[in-house]
Design a protein around this ligand. Structure first.
Ligand SMILES: Nc1ncnc2c1ncn2[C@@H]1O[C@H](COP(=O)(O)OP(=O)(O)O)[C@@H](O)[C@H]1O
Ligand SMILES: [Mg+2]
Length: 386
């Protein structure tokens, strides 16, 4: 099943273009499921009819659902959180504890479990996802890393468990705590769910992100960062969708100056991203309802299948070069000062601005040294010793 994730700043048109993509793809004979994981659901608003937490057919071969992340979250999580809060109080690094306790990104990640369920029905060829605004999506991608680090700690504690956990249990009074077994079971369930979702997100044979932008400076600057972050976390972007371009008729008259700025911005966008750029015009009226959204899909995709892959770049890849292994990561727009790389045992720690990622090295290069690090034309290149 093809999975298309739509992300971008609030208000740029993610919901609108997700639906246009879904309706356009259905015209190519695909059976399409559209789901929104943005807590501020608006599939219903864009369709001019209600869509809820249960799947509804909006037209032949298109089913929509607004996934409620909170409903998706296990109820036992509040228990687990109070457990953790006590457990972590003096036992681990505070940053990590905080990160996990507020579970940034967890809600959206859990909402994405819905993709798995859509796939399990076997009834759909394409799943179009209307994601939360970029920031939240990126936190979601970071979550598995944080969870993995935490799990390592947790298992260490397990080993030393008795000594460590008993005093806490006494301190809290056992009625407030889950039995140990349940706690660990719940945690493992979460871990498995997160892994499943991560597998889908990182599978570049079926999943890609589409960055939705408007032709305005700050939006583009943010989109460039998002592209790099998505790539750092292993999610490939196959196209950038530029939404709300002024029509050609605006090149003279009142909007002439705006139209000119947009052309400059569009040019900048074409230079900034190593993937195809598709553009949708500013419609005369808000594109609401199936017909209007289909029209928009035609203008955006023309003759092309919206569910196709517009670019096949793997965000993180390994190559062989003269008996050495080169790891390449697509980081368009990043500068040398913004990137840090540290090799720590079998893991690579990479920082790009405020995003951090721990990448487990494949066995074939484990234990090698990094001979050089280069950033050329938006690609970070790590050369490993033979
Ligand atoms: N190409 C377009 N032309 C005109 N209006 C648009 C276009 N794309 C989106 N809109 C309108 O802009 C508003 C925000 O779009 P929406 O898809 O809800 O953004 P997001 O999901 O990114 O927050 C909506 O009112 C929508 O109808
Ligand atoms: Mg939206």
């Amino acid at each position: 099943m093809r999975v298309l994730l739509h992300t971008g700043k609030g208000g740029v048109g993610k919901t609108t273009l997700s639906l246009a993509t879904a309706l356009g793809a259905a015209r190519f004979g695909h059976r399409v499921f559209v789901l929104s994981t943005d807590a501020a659901h608006s599939l219903g608003d864009a369709l001019g009819r209600s869509v809820g937490a249960a799947p509804v057919e909006i037209t032949a071969n298109v089913v929509a659902q607004e996934v409620s992340a909170l409903e998706e979250l296990d109820r036992s999580w509040s228990d687990i959180q109070s457990w953790l809060r006590e457990l972590l109080r003096d036992e681990t690094n505070e940053m990590l504890a905080e990160e996990l306790l507020v579970f940034p990104g967890l809600e959206e990640l859990m909402a994405l479990r819905a993709i798995r369920e859509v796939e399990a029905t076997g009834d759909f060829d394409v799943c179009v996802v209307d994601c939360a605004p970029t920031g939240s999506t990126l936190r979601m991608l970071r979550f598995p890393d944080a969870l993995r680090i935490f799990m390592e700690h947790l298992f260490e504690w397990e080993k030393k468990g008795v000594r460590l956990l008993r005093p806490i249990m006494r301190h809290l009074g056992s009625d407030r705590l889950l039995p140990r077994e349940e706690f660990f079971d719940a945690f493992e369930r979460l871990y498995r769910d997160v892994e499943d979702v991560r597998q889908i997100l990182l599978d570049s044979d079926r999943t890609s992100a589409r960055l939705v932008v408007n032709p305005a400076r700050i939006v583009v600057a943010e989109a460039r960062r998002s592209f790099a972050y998505l790539s750092l976390y292993g999610v490939g972007t196959d196209a950038v969708l530029v939404n709300r371009l002024l029509p050609g008729s605006a090149s003279s008259g009142y909007f002439a100056r705006w139209a000119e700025r947009e052309r400059e911005e569009l040019h900048e966008i074409e230079e900034s991203f190593p993937v195809p750029i598709l553009a949708a015009p500013l419609e005369r009226v808000e594109p609401i309802g199936v017909d209007a959204l289909r029209g928009l899909a035609d203008r955006l995709f023309g003759e092309r299948d919206p569910a196709g892959f517009y670019s096949r770049v793997r965000p993180i890849r390994l190559r062989k070069r003269a008996h050495r292994t080169v790891m390449e990561i697509e980081l368009p727009g990043a500068s040398k000062e913004e990137v840090d790389v540290i090799l720590a045992g079998a893991e690579l720690h990479i920082r790009v601005r405020d995003a951090r990622r721990r990448i487990a090295l494949p066995a074939s290069i484990e234990g090698r040294e990094i001979e050089s690090v280069r950033l050329t034309e938006g690609v970070l290149e790590l050369l490993f010793s033979p």
